[in-house]
Design a protein around this ligand. Structure first.
Ligand code: G3H
Ligand code: ZN
Length: 296
């Protein structure tokens, strides 16, 4: 089995991105795993602090590990948006492959200081673990929002990205490049889409020369996603679209089978609903393009 770092290197060389999908239960995990297996592409599942509190930190880790081992398939687990060192250490101890250490709401210098400590502590425990840092403002909440927050002032500055990466020694960087957590109602309706600043992605990549993750990708324009991958994004996070598909799948299954009470007869419809969304995103992220120079 290739390591997660190797898989990111290969993705960068091949000009594709790895899909990262948040999970809250076995239904979403099954859907993501099945979609990735059908397409035969590596995949990352993420569990934020709230998601892993619901599933159990060690339990979600055991589930992902069992799929990886039984099927010899590259599925990895990320401790998404981890806001404190104790929470990051708990995930590392439980066997997570990656931690997104997110103290991006703190002032820049304090973000650097705390992220640097987190990288040192986590690597001392688990030298193989990947640690991501985040700078800029991409809002919060993988939910349906009434209005978009003003995130223009929170866009990532390429020089600061370089400084952040050099001083913290993170493995990957989550920048703010027009992305935003969650979806607006108009996005859910299909009337509007998130747009990305591709030039900024390219400029940050040129300065920071590091693997970059695009958070908040639900509802993003397809061409912009392709453009961002071409410009230097190696991992794309999708959550709200997964949650929306989960909810719609459940609603329609209950309407279709109003008297059914057997979970394993209802929930496969939810798996299918989520799987369709994940498969479409994975297919988009997997379209290759010219190789670009590798990060260090
Ligand atoms: O970390 C999770 C992602 O950034 C999800 O963002 O809900 O907009 O897809 P999203
Ligand atoms: Zn995120």
């Amino acid at each position: 089995m290739e390591t997660l770092r190797k898989i990111l290197e290969q993705a960068e060389t091949n000009g594709v991105a790895i899909g990262h999908f948040n999970i809250s239960d076995l239904v979403t995990l099954k859907a993501v795993f099945e979609a990735a297996r059908d397409l035969n592409v590596p995949v990352i599942v993420g569990a934020s602090e709230g998601e892993r509190q619901f599933m159990g930190v060690r339990q979600v880790s055991a589930l992902v590990k069992s799929l990886r081992e039984e099927y010899d398939f590259p599925i990895f687990l990320n401790a998404d948006h981890t806001h404190s060192l104790p929470s990051a250490i708990e995930a590392a101890k439980a066997g997570f492959d990656w931690v997104v250490f997110d103290v991006s709401t703190l002032p820049f210098e304090e973000n650097i200081r705390q992220t640097k400590v987190a990288v040192e502590r986590l690597k001392a425990m688990r030298p193989d673990i990947l640690v991501e840092g985040e700078i800029g403002d991409i809002g919060s909440g993988s939910e349906i929002h009434d209005a978009a927050p003003d995130l223009k002032k929170g866009l990532t500055n390429p020089a600061e990205a370089k400084q952040f990466v050099e001083e913290t020694r993170v493995d990957t960087l989550a920048p703010a490049v027009g992305n935003m957590h969650g979806m607006l109602k108009s996005m859910v309706a299909g009337d509007t889409r998130k747009r990305l600043d591709i030039k900024l992605v390219r400029a940050i990549k040129a300065e920071a020369r590091i693997f970059m993750t695009l958070h908040g990708a639900s509802g993003t324009d397809h061409d912009d996603l392709r453009g961002a991958i071409e410009a230097g994004i190696t991992v794309v996070h999708i959550n709200t679209e997964v949650r929306l598909a989960w909810r719609r799948g459940l609603d329609s299954a209950l309407v279709k089978q109003p008297d059914e009470i057997v979970p394993y007869k209802i929930l496969p419809h939810v798996v299918d609903s989520v799987k369709r969304v994940v498969a479409a995103r994975l297919a988009l992220f997997s379209i290759g393009r010219r190789a670009r120079p590798a990060s260090h």
